[in-house]
Design a protein. Structure first.
Lengths: 695, 85, 235, 85
């Protein structure tokens, strides 16, 4: 029981000491780290409840069900706060698609997320897919869920009120996943491979959908005093955490737990990670109406314990006390390690630009799976259900209308492991900057983040150094942008053999736009608009897509990031949008300016001609940070220049939207339609190669 | 010589079978409440052109292992083999 | 007289709230119906919405056809009132024998969520009354089992008797294999019964009514339904 | 008396089987080009509590006809019956 609770996954023993110095306060933060999910005030008495979690280890073993149960788990975290889930995002990383196994993993994970997310009626509105060799044996599968609740109705995960009943709702309990995710995520892939019992579980989205509707009906009718999902380490984790938070104790009656298989032992019932189960805290007189709601939704319900005073968790089976432990000892006083750290060496390579053939380089970057269209993945997701999706996959940030208001949530997940491999601090800071930029470029104001820190084995000093540096980077950037951390997840042991994944912090940024009628899209809407590049461009290729696919190796230092300049860019984008100055806006990221312009042209079919200055290859492919491309009516040019000057933000008018071709100075000239076909067909062509039948 | 083989792929015991559970749950409303243990799996037919039965059977086993089933969560068995032309 | 349109919620339905919102947006009065209520006497029409009824285990709509409300749906259909099956609802109507044919797994073997064009093939149905045949509408599809199939002679009857109500098509209205999003026979996206009051279609008109969200090709279909439902009350 | 039945549900001949076609298409690239006629169907196990075998078999046939298969596009057959306790 202790092994499961004090595993890396549940007790954060290696990471706790570093996570302490993340900024977690702010007027907008209603609930910070420590609860099932973070919550942020989004106005009109409403709260946005959101969190991100990793399900990488099970997905490496069984991609379809590993990813599917990842969706189920994160949705239950949001549900246990009493919020209706309104959006899912899935940041994913795989090995190169030239390898059949990586194609199978990619196809399986996407199929699993689609099968589960689509059938529970929550739109999957964004995410990312990145491809890099270190993720070959260790795919990274993170899932983010966002819910909306009344700020005054957030349900605590506290076992409050002695005499209250602990009511288990949902699926029956089986042996599957005994020590599942908590053990899986605390060992490397080899140690787990020869595990006899299948530690992967099968998701049941149908029961999850019933659980969502049932729990929300219980919350809306005020029938329950507390709600907690059953995640890692199952019942004992949920019970001890909610008792520890309330300073109470619990008496558990394991005979009352509905079992799927006969003859489970006490520790199996306590630590089973069977899916689709929730624990409600119910006042005795309310048990019957709670039972009626559960039976309406066809869900099993069982009273499995009572809240008692004294702060002890005692469990009985067959009339015998089988476990008696102080709740706090289990939930809060796990070991805290100060693991040794040592900087990891990084290679240094000087880029040699004159041998570069521009068209060849452009096509290599445009059709690189990291850059090319991800439609192959997100077209397998229902991004329309619930009818509030104003901007879905394919946009810089997803925009989800807050029903009944003129406001919308803006959501983006970002993280660049290649930058992190060169400088973990800077890589992590860039992840926060890029997700904030993706939100601001739509006109929305970034408010707060959740995050998932994906790393190798913490017992290796250089991994621990990478982790500490990455947490420092996230903290500094969040302080600079005023976007506190409301929660998140740590995933260690992402390595097999001697290859660990790159330090991959993935940030989920949540923002709000006050009037979604003023939201700005990435596509050029019409011809005759002036195109501006906001921000400075220097020769910065360290960790760039160009360096990887054209120069063939990764090295040097990632682009520099000045927090003041990045914040100025956000302010200009948000202010310009609110004054209807912008007809299009798109952030510069992987691949550089050439890709930003191409994506804006492809989105609408409107061509452009731009001047690249005297150093075209740098202008095209450098990945300098804190930049965005905007298109404005001619009469708005002076207003935009004035706004940029007031913020000290360089603004260069580089060209105009026109015709149906993309003209990059005298370097390159191509039909938008030809670029679109290459951009859209890159991943489908790779994926149609025969892969094992997945899912 | 052509031979038709039938392979059944089913979820490993102990693993939750959501399909089986949903079907079992709906049978009582249709008037049948004496049914239990509903498990749903895949049934695959394939015709193999091979000289002798043993070679053909070995090939079907390899196909079932690598493609038709997912060894992490499923077992398979060859339930039938029949000579055609 | 505002048309009262029942929207059924099966365990696993997802687009029931969206269908109710679309009916309200276009002037109708949605009436939420729980699948266990066997009574549809106070509604003028009924929608079986999209989603994954009973998790779509076994076959899409296989279990939902046995739910208590299907009896009332059959009575409503028999009385000539509009009965509309959207996506999962269409699958349920086929499983229940209220519409011919069946929906099997998409040709691509993958779920697809995409804005597509459909062409109105028959104006004599509860969803297309008053629309001219050949009109092209932009509506989203989102399904994994939407490939319409029927046995040889059944398919000939469906085409011969003009029961096909929508076909997947190109923006200019031409029907070709590229735009046949799931491989359906005859690119059939939706069809009606002989009388025209029972209509099933895979695309989601309820997701194509709000200009803030996207194209509004679903408006004329829901407006036609509300008219048919209201007319029923008048005549 | 408990009896376990196994039912196989398969698509009617002549009807397109997308899954079967996809498997058949990928076999050659995995080194097997002597395989044809791949058809994918469902294999369903269920345990019926009934006094005599004939009654149990009739009930399974009715369940298969009304629920487990869609007569418009599928056929079914009972492939096995086994007495348990
Ligand atoms: N796995 C996914 N699920 C949903 N949407 C995705 C996924 N991957 C990418 N997208 C969408 O496609 C667009 C481009 O994806 P990508 O290039 O990976 O992200 P970014 O532009 O942030 O680097 C984004 O709008 C994103 O929302
Ligand atoms: Mg972007």
């Amino acid at each position: 029981m202790f092994a499961a609770m004090w595993s890396e996954h549940c007790s954060y023993k290696s990471s706790k000491v570093h996570l302490r110095n993340l900024p977690t306060e702010g007027p907008q933060v209603l609930v910070g780290p420590g609860e099932d999910a973070g919550a942020v005030d989004i106005g009109d008495g409403l709260a946005a409840v959101f969190k991100m979690e990793s399900h990488s280890h099970p997905s490496a073993i069984e991609p379809v069900q590993g990813a599917a149960t990842g969706v189920g788990g994160i949705v239950r975290d949001i549900l246990s706060m009493g919020a209706r889930p309104v959006a899912l995002l899935d940041p994913l990383r795989f090995g190169p698609l030239t390898d059949a196994r990586n194609r199978m993993l990619f196809a399986g994970v996407v199929s699993g997320i689609g099968q589960y997310g689509n059938s529970i009626g929550i739109p999957t509105v964004g995410g990312e897919v990145g491809f890099a060799e270190p993720h070959s044996a260790n795919p990274t599968v993170d899932v983010m869920c966002v819910g909306i609740a009344r700020a005054d109705r957030l349900v605590p995960a506290r076992a409050e009120g002695t005499g209250n009943l602990l009511v288990l709702i949902g699926a029956t309990t089986g042996r599957d996943g005994i020590g599942g995710v908590s053990v899986l995520a605390s060992r490397t892939i080899e140690e787990d491979a020869h595990e006899s019992r299948p530690s992967v579980q099968i998701g049941d989205p149908f029961t999850e959908k019933l659980l969502i509707e049932c729990c929300l009906e219980l919350v809306d009718s005020g029938l329950i005093a507390g709600l907690q999902d059953l995640g890692g380490a199952g019942l004992i984790c949920a019970v001890s955490e909610s008792a520890a938070r309330a300073g109470t104790g619990v008496e558990l009656d394991l005979d009352a737990v509905p079992l799927r298989e006969q003859g489970l032992e006490a520790f199996e019932i306590l630590t089973s990670e069977s899916q689709e189960r929730m624990l409600a805290i119910v006042e005795p007189p309310r048990l019957d109406p709670v039972r009626a709601v559960c039976e309406k939704w066809g869900l099993g319900i069982a009273v499995v314990g009572r809240v008692v005073s004294g702060g002890k968790v005692t469990a009985k089976l067959g009339g015998k006390v089988v476990a008696e432990v102080p709740a706090k000892a289990l939930a809060e006083e796990g070991p805290v390690y100060e693991r040794p750290m040592a900087p990891a060496p990084t290679a240094w390579v000087e880029p040699d630009l004159d041998r570069v053939e521009p068209l060849e380089a452009f096509l290599a970057v445009l059709t690189s799976p990291n850059v090319a269209s991800k439609r192959w993945a997100w077209e397998q997701y229902d991004y329309l259900v619930q009818g509030q999706t104003l901007a879905g996959p394919g946009s810089d940030a997803a925009l989800i209308r807050i029903e009944g208001t003129k406001r919308a949530l803006a959501l983006s997940t970002d993280g660049n492991g290649r930058y992190g491999s060169l400088d973990p601090y800077l890589g992590a800071a860039h992840a926060v900057a890029e997700s904030a930029r993706n939100v601001a470029v739509t006109g929305a104001k970034p408010l707060a983040i959740t995050n998932c820190l994906n790393f190798g084995n913490p017992e290796r000093p250089e991994v621990m150094w990478q982790f500490a540096e990455a947490v420092r980077g996230v903290g500094d950037a969040c302080r600079a942008f005023g976007t506190p951390v409301t929660g998140g997840n740590v995933s260690f042991y992402n390595e097999s053999g001697d290859s660990a994944i790159w330090p991959t912090p993935i940030v989920g940024m949540l923002g709000v736009i006050e009037d979604y009628g003023l939201a700005v899209r990435a596509g050029f809407p019409e011809r005759g608009l002036a195109i501006f590049l906001l921000g400075d461009t220097e020769s910065e290729f360290g960790g760039s897509e160009f360096q990887q696919v054209v120069l063939g190796s990764v090295g040097g230092r990632p682009p520099k990031l000045e927090f003041k300049r990045e914040s100025a860019l956000h302010r200009v984008l948000i202010e310009a949008a609110s004054r209807r100055l912008l007809r299009a806006a798109h952030d510069c990221s992987d691949g550089g300016l050439a890709i930003t312009l191409t994506e804006s042209a492809i989105a609408s079919g409107v061509g452009f001609a731009v001047d690249l200055g005297e150093d075209p290859v740098v202008a095209m492919f450098s990945e300098s940070a804190s930049r965005a491309v905007v298109a404005v009516e001619l009469e708005s040019v002076s207003a935009l220049n004035g706004l940029c000057e007031s913020e000290g933000l360089p603004a260069a008018r580089i060209g105009e939207t026109m015709g149906t071709r993309m003209v990059f100075g005298d370097l390159l000239d191509m039909e938008v339609e030809d670029a679109r076909r290459l951009y859209e067909d890159a991943i489908p062509n790779l994926m149609e190669r025969p892969a094992e039948l997945a899912g | 010589m052509k031979r038709r083989f039938e392979v059944v792929v089913s979820l490993k015991d102990g693993l939750l079978d959501p399909q089986g559970k949903a079907i079992e749950g709906s049978l009582p409303t249709m008037g049948w409440s004496n049914v239990s243990g509903v498990r749903v799996g895949k049934h695959i037919e394939l015709i193999v052109e091979a000289d002798d039965e043993a070679a053909a059977r070995r090939q079907v086993e390899e196909i079932a292992e690598r493609l038709l089933s997912n060894p992490v969560i499923e077992d398979f068995r060859i339930v039938d083999a029949e000579e055609l032309s | 007289m505002t048309a009262r349109v029942g929207v059924i919620t099966f365990p696993g339905s997802n687009d029931d709230r969206d269908a109710a919102r679309a009916v309200r947006l276009l002037g109708g009065e949605p009436v939420r119906v729980w699948h266990n209520d066997a009574d549809l006497s106070d509604v003028d029409a009924v929608i079986l919405p999209g989603g994954f009824s009973y998790g779509d285990y076994l076959r899409t709509g296989a279990i939902a056809q046995f739910s208590p409300v299907l009896g009332a749906v059959r009575e409503l259909a028999g009385a000539g009132r509009p009965v509309i099956g959207i996506c999962n609802g269409f699958q349920i109507l086929c499983e229940a024998g209220l519409l011919p044919g069946a929906l099997i797994r998409n040709r691509s073997l993958k779920f697809v969520c995409r804005w597509v064009r459909v062409r109105v093939e028959s104006a004599s149905s509860a969803l297309t009354e008053g629309l001219e045949e050949g009109r092209v509408l932009e509506i989203p599809v989102k399904h994994g089992e939407g490939q319409f199939v029927a046995a040889g002679e059944e398919l000939e009857r469906i085409e011969g008797e003009g029961l096909v109500t929508f076909r997947y098509c190109a923006p200019d209205g031409s029907v070709d294999d590229v735009h046949n999003v799931n491989g359906s026979s005859g690119a059939i996206a939706g069809l009606r019964n002989e009388r025209g009051n029972v209509v099933g279609l895979m695309p989601h008109p309820e997701h194509a009514v709000d200009p803030d969200v996207g194209p509004t090709g679903g408006r004329p279909l829901i407006e036609s339904l509300l008219e048919q439902a209201g007319a029923r009350v008048l005549s």
